[in-house]
Unconditional design. Structure first.
Length: 197
C-alpha cells in the first residue's frame, strides 16, 4: 500500500478525534497518566494538568486533553491535545519529513488538517523537521493559529497540538514551546530519544 494514502487515513482519524476540543482549565491536578493498558505514559508540561474526564479512548487510539491546572496558574490558558494512534500506525512516518511536508502542503493534506474538513480554510505557515516526525505551524479559519507535531512513540502515530482559548490566544512562540515540551515529556516517560529541532 502506498505510504501517503495510508498516512492520509491515519492522520485523518487522529485529526477528527481532535475536533471540538476546547477549555482553559482541567480542575484537577493530574500531571501524569498511563494509557493504553499502561503501555504509554503521558505527562503534562509544568503548570498544566491532564483532564482525565475529557480524555477518551477510541478503539485502539487515545485522545487526551491538557489544560491549565487552575485559573490562578502562572502559565497561559491553553488546550494541548495529544492523540495516540493504534499499534503500528507510526509506519506512515517512514515517508520522512520531506514527503510528510509535501503531503500536508497538498490539497488533500490541508483537508486532513482543517478543523472543518475544508482544505481551503487552513494555511501552512511553517514546516520543521522534528526528529521522528514533523512540526507544523498552521492558521485555520476555525481554530486560528496554532502548532501541531506529528511524531511517534512505541510504533504508534502521535499528534500534539497547542492552541489558545476563546479570548486568550497563545502567541506562536508559546504554542510551539507547549508542543515541544509535551513531545519531550512523552519521549522521556517512554524511553525514546528526544530530538529538539
Amino acid at each position: 500500500m502506498p505510504v501517503l494514502p495510508q498516512l492520509r487515513r491515519a492522520v485523518l482519524t487522529l485529526c477528527l478525534a481532535m475536533m471540538g476540543c476546547d477549555g482553559a482549565t482541567t480542575g484537577a491536578d493530574l500531571h501524569e497518566l498511563a494509557v493504553l493498558g499502561g503501555a504509554i505514559t503521558v505527562a503534562a508540561p509544568k503548570g498544566y494538568c491532564i483532564d482525565k474526564k475529557a480524555s477518551v479512548a477510541r478503539g485502539s487510539a487515545t485522545v487526551l486533553l491538557i489544560g491549565r491546572c487552575n485559573t490562578q496558574g502562572q502559565v497561559a490558558a491553553a488546550v494541548v491535545t495529544l492523540t495516540i494512534g493504534g499499534p503500528a500506525s507510526a509506519g506512515v512516518l517512514v515517508a520522512g519529513p520531506q514527503a510528510l511536508g509535501a503531503f500536508f502542503a497538498s490539497s488533500a493534506g490541508r483537508k486532513v488538517l482543517a478543523r472543518d474538513g475544508d482544505g481551503d480554510h487552513v494555511q501552512i505557515l511553517q514546516t520543521q523537521s522534528a526528529g521522528r516526525g514533523l512540526l507544523l505551524h498552521l492558521n485555520d479559519q476555525v481554530a486560528g493559529e496554532y502548532w501541531r507535531a506529528i511524531t511517534a512513540i512505541k510504533g504508534r502515530l502521535v499528534t500534539i497540538s497547542a492552541s489558545g482559548v476563546e479570548g486568550a490566544p497563545l502567541t506562536p512562540a508559546q504554542a510551539r514551546v507547549l508542543v515541544m515540551d509535551t513531545m519531550s515529556l512523552l519521549d522521556q516517560r517512554n524511553g525514546a530519544k528526544t530530538v529538539t529541532p
